[in-house]
Write a protein that binds this ligand. Structure first.
Ligand code: FE
Ligand code: FE
Ligand code: ZN
Length: 296
């Protein structure tokens, strides 16, 4: 079954229940959220009452709880340990994220591997593994390392780099990968023949380690190392290639999450993009249609 959703909010007063309701309004059957603002580490306590209500509603609506995803904030950087206090802050915050996931009953936590900021890739890879080894397995939550675009000094923009991190992680049960189609494109992976990409991935890391796929089109050309997401079908990857990834038989049970931009920074596109994906028909006027419907 197609498991598709988008990035949704997580608000102090409605928490998981609010996130679920937003996902339902998009016609999704899964979703991803940050436990607070992605750019900062201000977090509030999880309210079990709301979590319980959300779980009941999910059962009713046929959501598979194990496919819901949390994204760790960008400010966590395990790649650089030059300042030991900063490094340990990242480790501790990530551990708290694991705890929050566990309280919310969520088993997938997506993490950007980090930026080496001058230390070099080799040191960065061993730092990331060192940080992960301090906390993995303390909760039954799997950390999914996201493939990156290679902007700045980002680590994890090749499958080989992701593999090197995983090889150094002790707890193999709680480590996996999140593919991001925009990032793969910007890193230089041509996905027009997605099956041969998957063959390579399977040989190196193993397809069973893919826990999530971020579905985004890209504003930039193959190998641009930019990381700017575009709405589905409106970028350089294109609708047909994205569909071939979304409906790939080998990734059927893996949650697909849209992180495409809002229209005019105001209107969420997800309900319309999800419908277009389910219908398998590209609407070249989608962005205008959304604006018009919202402005009525
Ligand atoms: Fe991400
Ligand atoms: Fe992503
Ligand atoms: Zn991105």
């Amino acid at each position: 079954m197609l498991i598709i959703g988008s990035h949704v909010g997580f608000k102090k007063d409605s928490q998981l229940l609010g996130s679920l309701k937003e996902a339902l309004s998009y016609g999704a059957n899964t979703f991803m959220f940050y436990t607070g603002a992605p750019q900062n580490t201000n977090r509030y306590p999880i309210m079990d009452g709301l979590t319980l209500e959300a779980m009941t509603l999910m059962k009713e609506k046929g959501f598979d709880y194990s496919k819901v995803v949390v994204h760790a904030p960008y400010i966590i950087n395990l790649a650089n340990d030059k300042d030991p206090d900063k490094f340990m802050f990242s480790v501790r915050f990530l551990q708290e994220e694991l705890e929050r996931c566990s309280l919310l009953g969520i088993h997938k936590l997506v993490l950007h591997p980090g930026s080496h900021v001058g230390l070099g890739v080799d040191a960065a890879i061993s730092n990331i593994a060192k940080g992960l080894n301090m906390i993995l397995g303390t909760y039954d939550v799997c950390i999914l390392l996201e493939t990156m675009a290679g902007k700045g000094t980002e680590v994890g923009c090749t499958i080989e780099e992701i593999k090197r991190i995983i090889d150094l992680v002790d707890d193999k049960e709680h480590i996996g990968v999140c593919l991001d189609t925009c990032h793969l494109n910007d890193a230089g992976y041509d996905m027009r023949d997605f099956d041969s990409f998957l063959d390579d991935f399977d040989r190196l890391i193993g397809i069973s380690n893919i826990g999530c796929v971020h579905i985004n089109d890209s504003k930039n050309v193959l190998g641009a190392h930019k990381d700017r997401h575009e709405n589905i079908g409106f970028g350089t990857i294109g609708f047909d290639t994205l569909l071939s990834i979304i409906y790939n038989k080998r990734l059927l049970d893996i949650p697909k999450i849209l992180e495409t931009p809002y229209i005019d920074k105001e209107y969420a596109p997800y309900k319309y993009e999800i419908k277009m994906i389910r219908d398998k028909v590209f609407n070249p006027n989608l962005l205008n249609d959304i604006k018009e419907q919202k402005e009525l």
